[in-house]
Design a protein around this ligand. Structure first.
Ligand code: F6P
Length: 530
């Protein structure tokens, strides 16, 4: 481990100035989406099928040359060694250390504390209800794992409260018996307004119910244990996070305590093992067989060269609904930046908007746009080869739908095929020719297919690490820092000032734009129904 190392990598040259970028762009523009190509990489037990991406031997070569020009090997080593890779915050981004099989002592100690906490709670049959309070990275990973492995119900009920909207905490506390409810506050910084306010409401709720020592029913997971202790949370209930764990990677830490209480500590161990296997693959596999690298490079082709502004995530597994916001935060908070490490404009479009919904719901919601809309978007299809229910018929239909959508996006349907169909259905020629123009579509829309043998903690862990490393590689190529989030920070500062103005404890700022000033005047003062 080396988080204290104050060295930073040399600043890369502007991407667009590199001859390797020009060669990559040229090769990408002449690469084809060839329906006869089959390209599958196995990584940590999951298959990544990139057959639906633009490819050519020249593009593969140009990608390798570009990665080398961007110092990829060195950057990857720095990431995995825990060196500083987040220079704007002078931090490492060493989430891989949290899942390393041979953990460093302080990580191993926290893991052990978590296991013991869960073991005690289970053996005492305590905490029938959990309220998990946290937002962003302190929320999505836990929600994802609890839904993925607790979709059929859990002994403990977990309510998630993230939003500052008071209805969220109202709903989160309702229906729970305060005497058997554990409030878990997850916040790396322990300064996040949403989490602190919601935590206060939960504390008041315990107090109002006559709980003698409410802080004993609270747990905090944070990189600022002193701030949690100042709240009155006992030391035995404070779990440590480290400065070198980015907020959006914190599900690998004790932030997943709620997961362990809801669906067992084995789930966390399994996810860590799968992620560690993907880390090993990422560290060792050659470029051409490296799943994260291949995914990253085709993503760059799609975004920066072919001009696709978004990436659709389509998990054909109902249990993975929360994968969409999870990947959304991971990708958009990491890559939603336009300047490089030297502070210059990157010069090419960077991180796409990420959106999606599980199939087959997605098909009945927005797939029309993916197939025939004027923009379209690359799609990551995700399936499990085997289901965990007893209805093979459902699973076959689900898989068939996924493969069908993917094929249609890739191959489309020609006007002649559409015309033939219309004529075969007995339409008069004039109507058939008119209708065929509506029914035909171009295809040629890129996609990945990711196949998990089945949804297990191991495969989910591997999948999440695959996306993490993909994002890292894209950051290296674009030359941006994927580990900070200054845009979000500025909004937080503005919101603080506006809160005081709405409360009437600070004057309305003259620097506001006309509309903000108007609405602050209109909305300030009492504003709730109770
Ligand atoms: O949205 C900004 C952010 O800092 C995320 O990166 C983070 O996951 C979230 O807020 C919550 O932060 P914290 O864990 O410090 O409460």
């Amino acid at each position: 481990m080396n988080p204290d190392t104050k060295t930073t990598a040399a600043e890369p040259s502007p991407l667009a100035d590199l001859p390797e970028w020009a060669a990559f762009e040229r090769a990408a523009r002449s690469a084809t989406l060839d329906p006869s190509r089959l390209a599958v990489i196995n990584a940590a037990g999951i298959d990544l099928d990139t057959s639906g991406q633009h490819a050519s031997p020249e593009l593969h070569e140009a990608a390798a040359a570009l990665l080398s020009a961007r110092g990829f090997d060195d950057m990857r080593r720095r990431l995995l060694d825990g060196d500083i890779v987040n220079p704007t915050e002078e931090r490492a981004a060493w989430h891989t250390a949290l899942r390393a099989p041979a953990a460093i002592p302080e990580v191993a100690a926290e893991r052990q504390r978590l296991i013991e906490f869960v073991h005690t709670a289970d053996s005492e049959r305590r905490w029938r209800n959990i309220v998990h309070i946290g937002i962003g990275g302190s929320d999505w990973g836990v929600r994802l794992a609890v839904a993925a492995f607790g979709y059929a119900g859990t002994w403990r009920q977990v309510h998630f409260v993230a939003n500052i909207d008071g209805h969220a905490i109202q709903g989160g506390l309702s229906g729970f018996d305060p005497r058997d409810t554990l409030i878990i506050m997850a916040s790396k910084s322990f300064t996040t307004a949403e989490t602190l306010e919601n935590g206060q409401r939960a504390l008041e709720w315990l107090r109002a119910a006559g709980v003698a020592d409410p802080c004993k029913q609270m747990v905090a997971i944070t990189a600022r244990p002193e701030a949690a202790a100042a709240w009155g949370i006992p030391d035995a209930h404070i779990f440590k996070l480290w400065d070198w764990v980015g907020g959006r990677f914190s599900l690998w830490s004790a932030v997943s305590l709620s997961t362990a209480l809801a669906v067992s500590a084995d789930v966390i161990a399994g996810m860590q093992a799968g992620a560690a296997a993907m880390d090993k693959h990422f560290a060792e596999a050659p470029i051409a067989e490296n799943a994260a690298v291949q995914m990253a490079m085709s993503g760059i082709v799609n975004r920066s060269i072919l001009g696709y502004g978004s990436l659709n995530i389509a998990p054909y597994d109902f249990r993975l609904a929360n994968l969409v916001p999870y990947v959304q935060q991971l990708e958009m908070e990491s890559l939603g930046k336009s300047v490089d490490l030297a502070g210059r404009a990157v010069g090419v479009p960077t991180g796409p908007a990420v959106w999606g919904m599980p199939g087959t719901d997605a098909q009945h919601t927005f797939f029309q746009w993916l197939h025939q809309g004027s923009d379209g978007a690359p799609v990551d299809f995700i399936i499990c080869a085997h289901a965990d229910h007893g209805w093979p018929r459902h699973h076959r239909i689900l898989l068939a739908n996924c493969l069908a959508q993917r094929q249609a996006l890739l191959q489309g349907k020609s006007y002649d095929e559409a015309l033939k169909e219309c004529l075969a259905a007995g339409m008069p020629r004039a109507r058939a020719e008119w209708l065929a123009r509506h029914r035909a579509y171009g295809g040629g829309r890129p996609s990945n297919l990711i196949v998990l043998p089945r949804l297990s903690p191991y495969t989910l862990g591997a999948l999440l690490a695959l996306y993490e490393h993909k994002v890292f590689v894209q950051g290296v190529v674009w030359g941006i820092n994927p580990f900070d989030q200054w845009g979000v920070e500025y909004g937080k500062v503005l919101a603080k000032g506006l809160t005081a103005q709405l409360n009437g404890t600070a004057p309305v700022e003259t620097a506001h734009n006309a509309s903000t000033a108007h609405w602050v005047e209109r909305l300030k003062g009492p504003c709730t129904g109770t």
